[in-house]
Design a protein around this ligand. Sequence first.
Ligand code: DQA
Length: 147
Amino acid sequence: LSVLVLHGPNLNLLGLREPQIYGASTLSQIDDRLLELGLSLGTKVECLQSNHEGALVDAIHAARSRHQGIVINAGAYTHTSIAIRDALAGVQIPAVEVHLSNIHQRESFRHHSYLAAIVVGQISGFGPHSYELGLRAIVAHLQKSAS
Ligand code: DQA
């Protein structure tokens, strides 16, 4: 089993960026933890961050031949990107949407997600732990659909 973890714009700044909202962990700490968790779940994990919408679309397309599942924090593109939604729907790779913050508790422009309707489910509000829950959720989903 192989899962792609995609981080969208500004998530490279984690640890520095609004730590009261997003926490003190850096992206590389989060990625290290996900690789470790992947090992314990018997799943290969590959992590990729981009600030560019098209690069995220390309990464989703490229996942087709390499990964069975996707965990995605699309950052602000969550609320704007029909292109990322269409890419996920187009490749038909099951995905879990994650957010560090609880987007439903924040400004109203963060309440709507273009991805929510086409992903398996959404995890929001648990800080860096959201990613771990997301990885566990996609692995459980893939194992269930394989059996
Ligand atoms: C975020 C929430 C988004 O609204 C925001 O634009 C982000 C991060 C989160 O992880 O809480 O960049 O996706």
